[in-house]
Design a protein. Structure first.
Length: 200
């Protein structure tokens, strides 16, 4: 598998000015600080949707592509065809593990939303791997967006998956004092200090 960013259109000053519009303030010419960006990422206000990031997944298992195409808010998907008349390969001979190439368009909010499901240990291991590879590519462009992409258990401070439980989030947050657990930024910092980082 290979994942790369093919388009990056994130203008934080424009996002800031859209936020200012929503509170009836004029435009600013001052770039937002990291602290401001992280506050907005945690609050998940609508201007985060004013962004476009396109990623290419090359040689991704077909079944992983079907996991990713289930997400529909703030995303668009383009998956390589399996049609016999286009590929010359008998469709009945194909397997779910056959590689495909796909591209996906995201806004920042959709990256946050998808991460909640695809970083969870209840997700398929290959899907977690593909999503982790994407986030590492995102990190090269924006450390703050990467920081904000956490599994649901970290966001919610506990497992919300009623169909199967894990103790991963509890283990990852085990270094925090009880009062710190109520601070979402501290939970994100703790998770990011321990999250899976792939060797490239």
């Amino acid at each position: 598998m290979e994942v790369k960013i093919v388009k990056w259109d994130v203008d934080w000053l424009e996002i800031k000015n859209l936020c200012r519009t929503t509170i009836s303030m004029g435009d600013s010419k001052v770039e937002p600080t990291q602290e401001w960006k992280r506050k907005l990422l945690l609050a998940e206000h609508s201007p985060l949707r004013h962004s476009l990031i396109t990623a290419e997944f090359k040689d991704i298992p077909y079944y992983v592509s079907t996991h990713l195409v289930r997400h529909h808010m703030g995303v668009e998907k383009y998956v390589g065809t399996s049609r016999e008349d286009r590929t010359g390969v008998d469709r009945t001979k194909r397997r779910q593990t056959d590689p495909v190439t796909m591209r996906m368009d995201f806004n920042i909010q959709s990256l946050i939303n998808i991460s909640r499901k695809r970083l969870c240990t209840q997700a398929d291991k290959q899907t977690i791997l593909a999503w982790t590879m994407l986030l590492e590519s995102i990190r090269e462009y924006d450390e703050n967006i990467y920081w904000a992409c956490v599994p649901e258990g970290i966001r919610s401070c506990g497992c919300t998956e009623g169909f199967g439980k894990c103790s991963r989030c509890a283990q990852m947050l085990g270094g925090l004092q009880k009062e710190e657990l109520f601070n979402v930024e501290k939970r994100y910092d703790e998770y990011n200090s321990k999250r899976l980082v792939l060797n490239k």
